[in-house]
Design a protein around this ligand. Structure first.
Ligand code: 4AD
Ligand code: MG
Length: 463
């Protein structure tokens, strides 16, 4: 008999149907006449209730083995459930235990565990209700992202993970080397001799696939990347990871307006998709994690995002009757508290801030006519702060060369990026969505480490 997923059985299983299920025991209840076991296979929040009768072969042994955490296969017949809250249950005709879980040492008990505790058992936490819901929703977000771009004829491109260039210019890169660190070759001047390293020059884990996406957009018009990116910033916050996934669309023949329009449509699409495809999980988050999850989703889908310039945002922040920890002044970057004030308190919806000072943004952003600001846009979300960062790119060779020189970037290392401006340059734009911040925003999970299966952060690399 084919194994059936529990989600499918709960949704469309009919009385008298024979089924086989495989999963892990969540709870066991032994009565005099029979025993109930709740089985979960990860396909849904809800468990399938299995009823075991003493006429089952090896009943005594099996019941002893069926503790929380044990893996089991059950065959039997579906029957209408007399119990409240479930339509159907499985009357077992045979049961087989694959692996037991000792109730004395199995760390997941029926009670609620803190997320901190669950991070320490990262190899088991996916078997809980919350993490089951998180990773199903994460999967739905990823599906929605591909659907959105594929429906619009964007090409999915695979940006490299190892790179020689620092796209964001923030110097937050992890080095990739083939050297034995005990015997690093030195030059006569005692500097590290990278010519002897694997790539013959310094190499790093990428902080962004944007530069490669720009190359591909100059051939395919509309492309996107969706892959892991890395930042070696030592931030121990609830919104930073050292390894996170980023989605980066890049569009040729597109300006900042088109970039913002796409980003807004994109976020609305993902929220819609997840509400339609994970209603139970979203209901769970709304009840158990953050009471405003469904309201937030509704707000995203049905309201236009607020759009304002950085200069206007600074004016609003200066006028705000709120004490900020960090200073507010034209030319300084917005801190997370400022971003959250704008999105959460001032506008109560996502806010797109544009035209930031050139001094605080990366080299590739298009310079405005005022020569002070660039065509940047950040989307700020309530509770999260920056969720998307994007811009129209500098497509004019002379302006870009000047900018690179001012910033002290070695033009030699990105000669190919400059070539794109020499041969068939076009106005183009794109953005980067932090995938984990999206999943946080969607689920209301407070800590970014709880929306990625295996978080990488300072001193965190166990699982
Ligand atoms: O704003 P960022 O640095 O932009 C870029 O990397 C551009 N190259 C994107 C582009 O235009 N193609 O990063 C983009 C997004 C941020 O808005 C944030 O959501 C997320 O990536 N992000 C992080 N997420 C988790 N942990 C970190 N350490 C992050 N740093 C950035
Ligand atoms: Mg940014």
């Amino acid at each position: 008999m084919m194994t059936r997923r529990i989600a499918d059985i709960l949704k469309s299983g009919q009385p008298d149907e024979s089924v086989k299920v495989q999963g892990w025991v969540r709870t066991k209840r032994e009565l005099k006449e029979f025993a109930f076991v709740e089985v979960n296979d990860g396909s849904s929040m809800a468990n399938l209730q299995v009823v075991l009768n003493p006429d089952l072969a090896d009943y005594g042994t099996i019941i002893k083995q069926l503790n929380t955490g044990a893996s089991v296969e059950v065959e039997g017949v579906l029957v209408e459930s007399p119990a409240k809250g479930q339509r159907i249950e499985l009357k077992a005709s045979s049961a087989k235990v694959f692996g037991e879980a000792d109730p004395e040492t199995y760390p997941l008990q029926k009670k609620r565990h803190s997320f901190e505790f669950l991070r320490d058992i990262g190899h088991l936490r996916s078997r809980t209700n919350t993490f089951g819901a998180v990773f199903r929703v994460r999967n739905a977000c990823a599906t929605a992202i591909h659907k959105f771009f594929q429906e619009r004829d964007f090409l999915w491109i695979h940006a490299p993970i190892i790179t020689a260039s620092d796209c964001e210019g923030a110097g937050e890169m992890f080095t990739v080397t083939g050297f034995n660190l005990d015997k690093v070759p030195r030059t006569e001047k005692q500097e590290i001799d990278y010519t002897k390293d694997f790539f013959g020059r310094p190499a790093y884990l990428t902080v962004s696939g944007q530069l490669e996406a720009e190359i591909m957009a100059m051939a395919f018009s509309n492309v996107y990347t969706f892959g892991p990116t890395f930042r070696a910033e030592n931030s121990n916050t609830s919104r930073h990871l050292a390894e996170f996934w980023m989605v980066e669309p890049e569009m040729a023949f597109c300006d900042l307006q088109g970039d913002m329009d796409l980003a807004e449509e994109f976020l609305k699409y993902i929220f819609n998709y997840v509400l339609e495809n994970c209603p139970e999980d979203m209901e769970f988050f709304n009840q158990r994690i953050d009471k405003s999850v469904l309201e937030t989703a509704d707000n995203i889908i049905n309201n236009q995002f607020e759009r304002l310039t950085y200069t206007d945002a600074i004016k609003l922040l200066e006028k705000a009757d709120k004490k900020f920890e960090f200073p507010v002044s034209w030319g300084l970057d917005l801190q997370s508290e400022h971003e959250r004030y704008l999105a959460e308190e001032k506008f109560k919806k996502p806010v797109i801030v544009t035209d930031y000072p050139a001094k605080i943004k990366a080299f590739y952003m298009r310079l405005n006519d005022d020569e002070q600001t660039v065509r940047a846009m950040d989307i700020l979300a309530p509770k999260i702060g920056e969720i998307i960062g994007g811009s129209q790119r500098e497509e004019r060779l002379d302006v870009l060369e000047k900018r690179i020189e001012t910033l002290g970037i070695d033009a030699e290392t990105i000669w190919w990026y400059l070539d794109l401006r020499r041969f068939g340059t076009v106005p183009h734009a794109g953005f980067g969505l932090g995938f984990e911040r999206l999943v946080q925003f969607m689920t209301g999970m407070a800590n970014i480490r709880d929306v990625i299966p295996f978080p990488r952060a300072p001193l965190t690399v166990e699982f």
